[in-house]
Design a protein around this ligand. Structure first.
Ligand code: PEP
Ligand code: MG
Length: 317
């Protein structure tokens, strides 16, 4: 398979610091891909869909309702293509739609979004996508089209899972459009609920290529602190030992099983957190564009420290 032409002309800045742990970048809008790639990032650890959808101004379910699925697929292809092409052949993990009801109300066709008392605990992420599979199907069809054009560097990442059944059902839907999870496309999930972290081995048994810590949500659900509630914002803390314990557990289980681990929440842009994660053996970290130089420097420094420690131990033996 061959990729499109634009990727061949994209100049990706040479990275001067090499690390074993990949340092990837988060992308929310296709227009930001070039700047993100110029950091020399080793791929996109989180391509968000929500901002693209919000920028379109139309609720995705309006396309479906009006029998215009092809237009939705086309728009998705155009948007994802820009990122996949800019980063080719580096991996881009496309995160399927995580639409909280309150954020999608303002869109054309979003008038009938249900009112929820607490949208953060409500109808969003994979649970919503399994209830409205037409949108998930449109996303998978877009990725399938891009794969056929040679953009095999796109992987799929599912948001907000709390039970392995959700992974199994999403894989079935991917298969129904002709994708082959873990065979011809990387397939993974975010770890954003304590439930997923505490039972990660059950998800691994279902079949996974990678997991990525969504620490923005993992923190709010572990600490019972609504990330959007200013009254409790001071208590919100990604470094809380309970959050770190969950992360550690998942990295250990995933490393045992050969499943890749990453982080794409805001904590992935915090050098002190990144330091801990590298020590725990995370496979990659994904940070905001602006944070990439500091994160890469941190990763290199920690890796050097770990390497020296291991070498000295070996010499002493
Ligand atoms: C997260 O929860 O950490 C995450 C990356 O997803 P989002 O911020 O889009 O919910
Ligand atoms: Mg999240």
């Amino acid at each position: 398979a061959t990729k499109g032409s634009a990727g061949q002309t994209t100049v990706i800045q040479q990275q001067s610091i090499l690390t074993v742990t990949d340092v990837k970048v988060n992308v929310s809008m296709p227009e930001a891909a070039k700047k993100a790639a110029e950091t020399g990032a080793d791929g996109v650890g989180l391509l968000r869909t929500e901002h693209m959808m919000l920028a379109m101004g139309v609720h995705p379910k309006k396309f479906i309702r009006e029998g215009r699925e092809d237009e939705l697929v086309k728009a998705l292809v155009e948007n994802i293509l820009k990122v996949a092409d800019t980063f080719y052949p580096k991996t881009v993990w496309y995160r399927t739609l995580d639409a909280p009801t309150d954020e999608f109300q303002s869109l054309e066709g979003g008038e009938d979004e249900p009112y929820e008392h607490n949208p953060m605990l409500g109808w969003r992420g994979i649970r919503r996508e399994l209830d409205e599979p037409e949108i998930l199907i449109a996303e998978f069809k877009a990725i399938k089209k891009l794969h056929e054009q040679g953009y095999t560097n796109i992987g799929i990442m599912l948001p907000l899972l709390q039970h392995p059944d959700e992974l199994r059902k999403a894989k079935k839907i991917a298969e129904s459009v002709g994708l082959k999870p873990q065979k011809n496309i990387e397939f993974g999930m975010m770890v954003e609920t304590p439930a997923a972290a505490l039972t990660i081995e059950d998800f691994i048994a279902e079949g996974l290529d990678f997991v990525s810590f969504g620490t923005n949500d993992l923190t709010q659900y572990t600490l019972a602190i609504d990330r959007n509630n200013e009254n409790v914002a001071e208590l919100y803390n990604e470094r809380h030992p309970a959050v770190m314990k969950l992360i550690k557990r998942v990295i250990i289980k995933c490393n045992e099983a050969g499943v890749k681990t990453s982080i794409c929440g805001q904590a992935g842009s915090m050098p002190d957190v990144v330091e801990k994660l590298v020590e725990l053996g995370i496979t990659s970290v994904s940070a905001n564009t602006d944070a990439i130089p500091a994160v890469r420097e941190t990763v290199a420094r920690v890796e050097k420290k770990l390497l020296l420690k291991a070498a000295r131990k070996l010499i002493q033996e």
